[in-house]
Design a protein around this ligand. Structure first.
Ligand SMILES: [Zn+2]
Length: 112
């Protein structure tokens, strides 16, 4: 398992990207990191939904906050469609062990 390649995907069109890409060139939104790509099924089931981000600004906020605190999370794209890129909403999934911290941030920022 190589730790050098990071895999990301676009939350809107679902396209997969590798390497240093951080933004989908088609949809112009930040890519979602698939850091759990190699995680076993049991580990995936420990992620629980904590809220929703409704636009790229909220997604960016969530990412910066969660990254800063080391919260394990991923964003589950919803309404993914090439035809209707906006509005989009993504479900924010966090590791159950990081849930209390994550909920605090969600409350603070007023995400639902
Ligand atoms: Zn895209």
């Amino acid at each position: 398992m190589s730790p050098t390649m990071r895999e990301r995907h676009c939350p809107i069109c679902g396209e997969d990207y590798f390497g240093k890409m951080t933004e989908c060139p088609v949809c112009e939104v930040p890519l979602v990191e698939d850091f759990f790509a190699e995680a076993p099924e049991e580990e995936m089931q420990r992620f629980v939904p904590v809220g929703r981000a409704l636009n790229e600004m909220e997604i960016a906020l969530i990412k910066s906050q969660f990254d800063a605190l080391g919260i394990r999370y991923y964003l589950l794209g919803e309404n993914a469609s090439r035809m209707v890129p906006l509005p989009m909403s993504v479900k924010i999934m966090v590791h159950e062990e990081d849930l209390p911290e994550a909920e605090e941030i969600i409350r603070e920022w007023g995400f639902t």
